[in-house]
Write a protein that binds this ligand. Sequence first.
Ligand code: DP6
Length: 359
Amino acid sequence: MTESDFIIKNYNANLEKGSVKWASPSNIALVKYWGKKKNQIPENPSISFTLSECKTITEVTFSKKENANFSFDVIFEGENNEAFKPKIQTFFERIEVYMPFLRDYHFKIETSNTFPHSSGIASSASGMSALALCLMSIEQELSSSKIEKPYFNQKASFLARLGSGSACRSIEGELVVWGQNESTDSSDLYGVKYEGEIHSNFKNYQDTILLVDKGEKQVSSTVGHNLMYGHPFAEERFKQAHTNLDVLKNALTMGDFKTFISVVESEALTLHAMMMTSNPYFILMKPNTLQIINKIWEYRKQTASNVCFTLDAGANVHVLYPKSETNSVLQFIKTELVEYCQNQHFICDQIGFGANQIL
Ligand code: DP6
């Protein structure tokens, strides 16, 4: 597929109004996307677990209007929200060529998250994918023929990517790859459900998110990505992501926890190492992030556990472990790790299967 395949050929703009609603999950990358080219094209491939419980639920009500401007209201958790508008305005501008009906309607975008807003959990992946899916449902209503599921998902992911790169990995589950590479079927333009073999060890994998710092990040992902331009280690890092994806793929097939753990933890630390070695440099981890990492390493040494950690662009720690270890790891989290969480707060999640249409 190329970009021009996503341009609507003909649609029936007579529809006066309607309403659509989707729930779309967050995702956690195992091989990280960090660095992008023009038009939200990633510098390297990434792969993520789709989550199950951490979701954004978005309803879009649309009604025909006369003038040719973009017109929309954003209601977040029941209240008018001006802060989200610039990001959505940019999103509309980027996707307009693929969604020419955007100027024909006024949109009321009502959205909420299943996780607390001030949790430090990035909501851009779930939020942008939920909105992209709603727009696809509207495209379906305006379209004279049925849009087949594969195209629907592909275009939803393609649009979501233009809102926020990682959002393109939130449409389907259980694992999604984004970014051209040698080891898997993939595209730079949208996320693709990972079709490689997944050993039973990695089925229903658990992700408990330890909320170390619920505050707003000091440096946004977009700024962080831009700092990969001219970064002294960028080229090596982009190559490394290809190798790591390849190695991880093999570990997923073989059920090889040891290799999985070493790739996933190394990816998390490399992501933060890129931040610490960019110009200007910055640190998003907090002292408690490091305390937790050390505790996990200690616990792994003392027990035969396969628990490991990953990080996104923030201080929170995602604790990943097999379903079979749920009781012991949760016990470990409660006795040894919650003290490092803000207000002892953590969220239990697991691998999910992608977004769901509600209306
Ligand atoms: C660290 O997708 O938030 O979570 O494309 O600028 O919106 P934009 O960036 P974003 O970057 C997230 C990067 C990451 C790693 C990952 O999810 O792969």
